[in-house]
Design a protein around this ligand. Structure first.
Ligand SMILES: C[S@@+](CC[C@H](N)C(=O)[O-])C[C@H]1O[C@@H](n2cnc3c(N)ncnc32)[C@H](O)[C@@H]1O
Length: 350
């Protein structure tokens, strides 16, 4: 077995341990050890047989593998494996799960290979707790209703950000009866929760959107949530139901083309372009093209037709995220917060 695959599994095992999934961390450590001892994993890692470490990590082969196992469990296709998976009140038994995984991998190699054939698709609902303060800042700054445009929206779950309820340290925001609620370990001041935030239109794109109406795609989205993270699983289930009820729509399009053709400031509303954990997936040439389009849109903004660019992306050289807001006219840029990649904590600067 290519040693880069084994190392990539060990690296991902460490990340899962750090980010609160001891179960996936253990599965990946077992998989790495068994591959080192000559196990072939039913050929599942053949697509990376000659890849270097950087490529295996960039392709998230390890996450595809544990995502595929979770998908089998959620689909009811591997009862012995499912019996060892975490459940409310039980952290699961990773040793037993690993023993059950090996025959499941051999028997369901075609299913798993198909699951692993394309990149992980995640949609992290709790990134909304990091972004909501940015939308409130836009509303406070301009005193106008918002037209929101999300690029790389995945299933579009964060497009419903104004329909969620948030605990923001000592403050709260959102409909009291919201079907989806969330908080974060909050430090710093609260964002301007008194601002009137009204969304008058919403639109989104992703180059490979998840169609929530398709049960297989819904399950795939759930499968990428780590199986011992019950809060995340509960939250995404509730957010999927809300998205189905509200009819969230995500266009299948590349972010660069879609932004250029769909987004434009309009009089009487603040136009907001936003994204989370996406920029790194674009080649440099697309990053430059999108940055240029955004600057052009900013140049077209007027006091009565302002434009905002809100993003949550990795801070340079660190695993943490930064929430950054640029407002036009003017183009003033502010780092609003640092945040955990899944929104577990937020350090709000305001
Ligand atoms: C890590 S996911 C983040 C999804 C979502 N923004 C969130 O925070 O939960 C990255 C998303 O970027 C999308 N993506 C990557 N490159 C893209 C592009 N050039 N245009 C549109 N979407 C893209 C992928 O399909 C994927 O859904």
């Amino acid at each position: 077995m290519n040693s880069a695959i084994i190392e990539a599994l060990r690296i991902q095992s460490g990340h899962c341990a750090e980010l609160g999934s001891p179960f996936n961390a253990a599965l990946l450590a077992h998989a790495a050890a068994d591959l080192e001892s000559g196990w072939t994993a039913g050929g599942l890692f053949d697509p990376w047989a000659s890849a270097g470490l950087q490529a295996v990590v960039a392709d998230a082969a390890a996450l595809r593998f544990v995502g595929g196992l979770h998908d089998l469990v959620l689909a009811g296709e591997a009862p012995a494996l499912a019996a060892a998976y975490p459940r409310r009140g039980s952290p699961g038994d990773p040793e037993a799960a690993w023993i059950a995984s090996r025959p499941a991998v051999e028997q369901q190699a075609a299913w798993l290979a198909s699951f692993m054939a394309h990149e992980p698709q995640t949609n992290e609902v709790r990134r909304s707790v990091c972004l909501i303060g940015g939308f409130l800042e836009v509303a406070r700054s301009f005193g106008l209703p918002l037209r929101v445009f999300e690029i790389a929206s995945s299933a579009g779950l964060n497009l419903n950000f104004d329909r969620y309820r948030y605990a923001l340290g000592d403050a709260a925001w959102g409909p009291a009866d919201a079907a989806v609620s969330m908080g974060a370990d909050w430090s710093g001041p609260a964002p301007p929760t008194g601002a009137r935030l009204e969304v008058v239109s919403r639109a989104a794109c992703d180059r490979r959107p998840i169609d929530l109406a398709d049960p297989n795609q819904r399950r795939r989205l759930m499968a990428y949530v780590w199986p011992d993270q019950f809060d995340r699983l509960d939250r995404i289930r509730a957010a999927i139901e809300l998205a189905l009820a509200t009819g969230v729509r995500v266009d299948a399009a590349d972010a660069v083309d879609w932004t250029a053709s769909r987004v434009s400031p309009e009089t009487g509303a603040a136009t907001v372009l936003f994204h989370s954990v996406f920029w790194q997936y674009m080649p440099t040439v697309s990053q430059a093209a999108l940055a240029q389009t955004i600057a052009t849109l900013g140049g077209r903004a007027r006091a009565k037709a302002p434009f905002a660019w809100l993003r949550m992306e990795p801070s340079r050289g660190a695993a943490d995220m930064e929430v950054v807001l640029t407002l036009w006219p003017g183009g003033e840029t502010r780092v609003l917060a640092e945040a955990h990649p899944h929104g577990a904590w937020v350090r709000w600067r305001g």
